[in-house]
Design a binder for this molecule. Structure first.
Ligand code: SF4
Length: 227
């Protein structure tokens, strides 16, 4: 059964890459094989690969739809691809991603047990923030991905992700430390790993946020949601 999907596309040669191995869903009974679900994610990635809905399409090398477990306890949502992500077609594989990989075990998970995606699927030039019209154009893809994988929880990494999903202009500082919801799914906000790399003072609040996040999905070996 395939439970892990990695999708990478080249602008010049749009081919779907689906890779294993297939880490088990976090502490939950393995769901029945669901080619329809995989098809949904793959179908979304196919649409992204040929997307020209905003100007970011002109500068990308690859689209970066996201990757991970099809049944994740946590879906991490960042801002947009950087240089390394644009080169590889994979989310969070640069310095910030390597730092995120160190956070994930602190909540009892491995990277492959989560789903990792971004608000925009194409790299903004010189890593600038995505513009409102680019976020609006791209957000339906992320919304479709969330609906496809049905994560137990969502963790927004940074202001762009939090503001886009929660439809707010509030700061990360005012949004973190509490549980929000996105269409009924518990959602926690914390700082983006790249911000924490720049400012080590943010490590402590991130730790608090991750502890909060950990209370919101079933612990390993449990089949029922944590209360
Ligand atoms: S950023 Fe999103 S909306 Fe813009 S071209 Fe890429 S996939 Fe399409």
């Amino acid at each position: 059964m395939q439970d892990y999907v990695s999708t990478g596309f080249s602008r010049k040669r749009p081919e779907l890459v689906v890779t294993g191995p297939t880490p088990a869903a976090h502490g939950q009974a393995a769901p029945a094989a669901s080619p329809a679900l995989a098809g949904d994610l793959a179908g979304i990635a196919v649409q992204i690969a040929s997307c020209v809905k905003c100007s970011l399409c002109s500068g990308r090398r690859t689209t970066v739809p996201g990757e991970g477990s099809q049944h994740p306890p946590v879906m991490f949502v960042g801002e947009g691809p950087g240089e390394e992500e644009d080169r590889t077609g994979r989310p969070f594989v640069g310095a910030a991603g390597q730092y995120l990989d160190k956070w994930i075990p602190s909540i009892g998970l491995q990277r492959g047990e989560c789903f990792i995606a971004n608000i925009v699927k194409c790299r903004p030039p010189r890593n600038r923030e995505p513009r409102p019209e680019e976020i609006s154009a791209c957000l339906p893809y992320l919304q479709a991905q969330i609906q496809a994988v049905k994560p137990n929880t969502i963790c927004c990494l940074g202001r762009i992700a939090a503001q886009a999903l929660l439809q707010t202009t509030a700061s990360v500082g005012s949004l973190r430390g509490k549980v929000h919801t996105w269409q009924g799914i518990p959602l926690v906000v914390t700082y983006h790993p790249s911000a924490v790399l720049r400012d080590p003072e943010l490590r402590k609040p991130v730790w608090v946020d991750l502890k909060l996040l950990k209370t919101l999905f079933p612990p390993a070996g449990s089949k029922t949601p944590a209360s």
